[in-house]
Design a protein around this ligand. Structure first.
Ligand code: ADP
Ligand code: ASP
Ligand code: MG
Length: 447
């Protein structure tokens, strides 16, 4: 069971979560940080990095008060409250001490991990204090990335076995998102990474089911932060879920589907606020005839490489890809013509070096500020004309790239990010026949 930040947003939500955990005698619980905490820690790191320790200290004090207030509202008895506020003071004392040692990326990652550690310690203490026994585990003892920066199910299984024995019984509670790198430094699985920890742990423990508890009833057919009248999709195949997660559906971390799909373990998305609602089940073998959902991802950069040398040449693409590999930058969408190739990336930290090396292969043009919009469903050739009709509905948009045919269940376009809201709205009415009002014109990155 994985509980996201909003599910742990305040004392009453934590009580609700405790009720859900109490119903299971054997479970492995992954906690995110209380909602807003990681965002604040990111802001603290920003001030720290820019040498503004005064502002950093102010935010840290606010966070400490927020945790203490939650503890006072959560615990009924004085002794348990004192222990909980002691946990909070102890952690924040250490954070303040670290602050004076100066900023480094290792210190930043250490700081970001505090949110999940403090939240999970408080919740474990709360559960034990109300006679729901749980064993608290430190995720840094079993979530370790390899030299490629990715965790592995086998490695996690071995580490967990050492901690809990081969056949663990009872309730365990730990953190998502945080991990060690292969050199033993604290790091994390990127924002939203608790989902990824949950599916890795589910696979490592060969769980019957992986439950992801969040603040909405299931995966919707469109982004509910932008389009008002979305509806839940009750069943998704692993492939569809992976495409939606990768192309922007924030409800799932982009990498969290593969550990479940490669081990055949269903993922059940559930709503903490409405535990009896059916949610969404993600598993293999779901058959669909229509269009399932639309998702969008901002922060995309297009890189176009044009070279006459590509004409009839072999090995050109592999030289292009080798440059992206060298700078550890994944490519999302790719289109080619006889003399040019265009790719998109969402990681732009190595862009300058990539551009420089690509210039040796041809003329390079970079366009930032783009977005990927992805339509997921049964789109391929049996449905004659379906892809054409989808594209035709986008004729008023400034479509810069189209990717179709890479998988049977997706068609992807790249547009300027200012067009995302309108394109999601337009696709909603075209594909699902709803009036699709927007909630507010806004960018996804702002919600
Ligand atoms: P948690 O804190 O539980 O990890 P997240 O905020 O990461 O929750 O993910 C849940 C949110 O994802 C929802 O509240 C919703 O606003 C957003 N979301 C974006 N796209 C979708 C979608 N297609 N279906 C459901 N929720 C979505
Ligand atoms: N707390 C982390 C974040 O906000 C991880 C997570 O919630 O999944 O990104
Ligand atoms: Mg999340």
């Amino acid at each position: 069971m994985k509980f996201g930040g909003t599910s742990l947003g305040d004392a009453s939500r934590i009580r609700q979560v405790a009720g859900l955990i109490s119903k299971r005698s054997d479970c492995f619980v992954i906690c995110s940080a209380m909602s807003g905490v990681t965002n604040t820690l990111v802001d603290v790191a920003g001030y720290w990095k820019s040498g503004n320790n005064g502002q950093a200290r102010e935010l840290i004090s606010g966070l400490r008060e927020h945790f203490k207030q939650t503890c006072c509202e959560l615990f009924d008895d004085d002794e348990a409250t004192t222990i909980a506020t002691g946990i909070v003071n102890d952690h924040f004392g250490r954070v303040m001490d670290r602050l004076v040692t100066g900023y480094s990326i290792h210190n930043e990652n250490w700081l970001l991990a505090r949110g999940e550690i403090i939240t999970s310690e408080i919740i474990a203490h709360y559960l034990n204090s109300i006679d729901i026994p749980v064993t608290w585990l430190n995720a840094l003892d079993f979530t370790v990335t390899g030299s490629d920066g990715e965790p592995s199910v086998d490695d996690m299984r071995q580490r967990l076995e050492r901690l809990t024995g081969e056949k663990p019984a009872g309730r365990f509670l730990t953190q998502g998102y945080i991990c060690l790198d292969h050199q033993g430094n604290v790091t994390n699985l990127r924002r939203g990474g608790s989902d990824y920890t949950a599916t890795l742990a589910g696979a490592a423990l060969q769980a019957g089911i992986i439950e992801i508890w969040t603040d909405i009833d299931g995966v919707r057919n469109n982004d509910p932060r932008i389009v008002e009248d979305t509806f839940p999709i009750r069943e998704l195949s692993f492939d569809e879920a992976a495409e939606l997660a990768y192309f922007g559906a924030k409800i799932l971390h982009p990498s969290c589907v593969w550990p479940a799909s490669s081990n055949g373990i269903p993922i059940h998305l559930k709503n903490t606020m409405e535990p009896d609602a059916p949610g969404t089940i993600i598993r293999s073998g779901t058959q669909r005839k229509g269009i399932t959902a639309v998702a969008a991802k901002e922060g995309i950069t297009i890189i176009r490489i044009r070279s006459d040398r590509m004409l009839n040449a072999y090995g050109f693409l592999s030289r292009v890809f080798a440059i992206f590999e060298k700078y550890e930058t994944p490519i999302d969408v790719i289109t080619t013509s006889e003399v040019s190739v265009s790719v998109t990336v969402d990681k732009d930290s190595r862009l300058e070096e990539i551009e420089e090396e690509l210039s040796a292969l041809g003329k390079v043009r970079v366009q930032s500020g783009q977005a990927i919009v992805c339509v997921v469903g049964d789109i391929l050739e049996q449905h004659q004309g379906r892809a054409v009709r989808i594209l035709d509905s986008l004729r008023h948009f400034n479509v810069k790239m189209i990717s179709y045919g890479g998988s049977r269940n997706n068609i992807t376009v790249v547009v300027p990010r200012e067009e995302v809201v309108d394109i999601l709205r337009s696709l909603n009415s075209f594909l699902f026949g709803s009036p699709s009002k927007t909630i507010e014109p806004c960018l996804i990155s702002q919600v």
